[in-house]
Design a protein around this ligand. Structure first.
Ligand SMILES: C=C(O[C@H]1C=CC=C(C(=O)O)[C@@H]1O)C(=O)O
Ligand SMILES: [Mg+2]
Length: 466
């Protein structure tokens, strides 16, 4: 429970109401309180009744930043394809204008923050699959729990309109107290049994890979990432809580995310950072080139060494390094990266990995960097435009948010985006899982098919499948 003096309740209510009336538009009031340690999953679960469909969850691989949002105090959304990054940024900044922010803590990820993402390709024809998510969709939560370097903060966001009176403030305080009283560790979280599991047109997908390989040998295309879908039907409704809990336990070294919209939930455990911005420093990741994990330590090492020296995978990886380096050099004074890739070992798969650090000017916009990078050749291809056009033309899958940038931006304009892979879309009793792979001129369709099968595994396991 957070206790607030009666006079303060009146004062803050008055402040919000007066400014909203004065300016004739909605005004944000945001306040941050330090909290005792709280289990992040229990916070997400506590929102299950009242905020179902309006929750998000985020954890970075180092667990330095865990964010859980409940309720929607404001939504930024658009299906406008052109300039979408710019428009979201503009709306975010204008929403923050003239707001009251009571935050004495100088840490990223607390206070007003928007969470959400961008679809992979807003120009791709839409299907029913992603009808619950706009091409650009961000939520500013009502309540945000931030666990930053082990310290826990609760942000409460209130929107005052000119029609509100000062009782709005006390109503939200009451709602917050009820929420805090309802925190509990849910027990017996279980996913229902899988009734059917269908790969969507696997033979056709392999043929598409073969067709693209032929084109790659002729140029100018050098790489195209092709993705496919696995559709699952369960015996009863799949609860996001249960899947999240499994991903949290099973994939500690990944970004764990869940994003609800109108009853559907986009969820996953991605190893891939697109970009993180912390003041003038930016961090990105080149991740491409894959091989399975070994059954024994020895076999695992041999597989890792094979990957580090495999020409096809090195080329596939090199395209990503080339593009990310170039994109960041356009906005940063300095870009630092190692000459050779390292290995990133996840539970089911190992990748070639090159970390990138950049130093930018103080006013560099995070969303502008996202725009410059997305899609990197780890999800699109090279050259970027031609590859995305090719995907639009030949891929059966409606990727929606899969492979897009997903993450958060705080009111100081710091934040982080992951590439939303190793993910799935939960829709009641059904779920779609997505996986892609980088196709280069040396690719073999059967091998790429098996690589995508490996990439389904994290989500499949979390959903109780094999
Ligand atoms: C497109 C995916 O992975 C990308 C990231 C790492 C390795 C990749 C690869 O080796 O093909 C992909 O570029 C996916 O997981 O769906
Ligand atoms: Mg690959």
């Amino acid at each position: 429970m957070i206790t607030i003096q009666e006079t303060e309740i009146r004062e803050r209510g008055l402040l919000g109401v007066n400014r909203a009336r004065e300016l004739g538009r909605p005004i944000l009031m945001s306040e941050v309180h330090k909290m005792d340690t709280t289990n992040p999953l229990s916070f997400f679960n506590a929102g299950g009744d009242r905020y179902f469909g309006e929750r998000f969850f985020w954890k970075d691989p180092a667990s330095e930043m865990v964010l859980i949002g409940l309720g929607i105090s404001k939504q930024i959304q658009s299906d406008q394809a052109a300039d979408r990054f710019f428009h979201v940024e503009k709306e975010w900044r204008s929403f923050l204008k003239d707001s009251f922010i009571f935050n004495q803590y100088k840490v990223d990820g607390v206070g007003p923050l928007m969470f959400g993402g961008f679809s992979f390709d807003p120009f791709k024809e839409k299907t029913e699959l992603w009808s619950k998510f706009a091409d650009s969709l961000f939520h500013i939560p009502k309540f945000l729990l931030s666990i930053v370097h082990g310290e826990t903060y609760l942000t409460t966001n209130i929107i005052f309109t000119s029609n509100d009176d000062i009782s709005l403030y006390s109503k939200i305080m009451e709602e917050r107290n009820q929420l805090l009283l309802s925190l509990r560790n849910q027990i017996n979280l279980k996913t229902p049994l899988i009734n059917s599991k269908v790969e969507v047109f696997p033979e056709r997908w392999k043929q598409t890979v073969e067709g693209v390989v032929k084109e790659l040998t002729k140029g100018p295309l050098k790489k195209v990432v092709l993705a496919r879908e696995l559709r699952l039907v369960f015996t009863s409704q799949v609860e996001a809580e249960a899947v999240l809990e499994s991903l949290y336990q099973q994939q500690p070294a990944s970004y764990i995310f869940a994003f609800e919209s109108h009853g559907d939930c986009f969820i996953g455990a991605s190893p891939e950072r697109l970009i993180k911005k912390q003041g003038p420093e930016v961090y990105s990741t080149c991740l491409a080139g894959s091989i399975s994990r070994g059954k024994t330590e020895e076999e695992d090492q041999i597989l890792g060494q094979t990957l580090l020296t495999d020409q096809k995978n090195l080329i596939e990886h090199g395209f990503v390094v080339e593009m990310i380096k170039e994109a960041l050099e356009q906005s940063c004074e300095e870009v630092i990266l190692p000459k050779k890739p390292q290995l990133m070992k996840m539970r089911d798969i190992q990748h070639l990995y090159t970390p990138v650090i950049g130093k930018c000017g103080p006013n560099t916009s995070l969303l502008l960097l996202v725009e410059k990078l997305h899609p990197t050749p780890a999800l699109g291809g090279l050259p970027q435009n031609l590859a995305v056009e090719k995907i639009r033309e030949v891929e059966v899958l409606d990727r929606g948010l899969f492979g897009g940038p997903l993450g958060w931006v705080d009111y100081q304009q710091n934040g982080e985006f992951a590439v939303a892979i190793r993910s799935g879309l939960i829709q009641g009793k059904e779920a779609s899982l997505f996986a892609g792979c980088g196709v280069v001129s040396d690719s073999k369709s059967e091998e790429e098919y098996l690589e995508t099968a490996l990439k389904f595994r994290p989500m499949l396991r979390a959903l109780g499948g094999k």
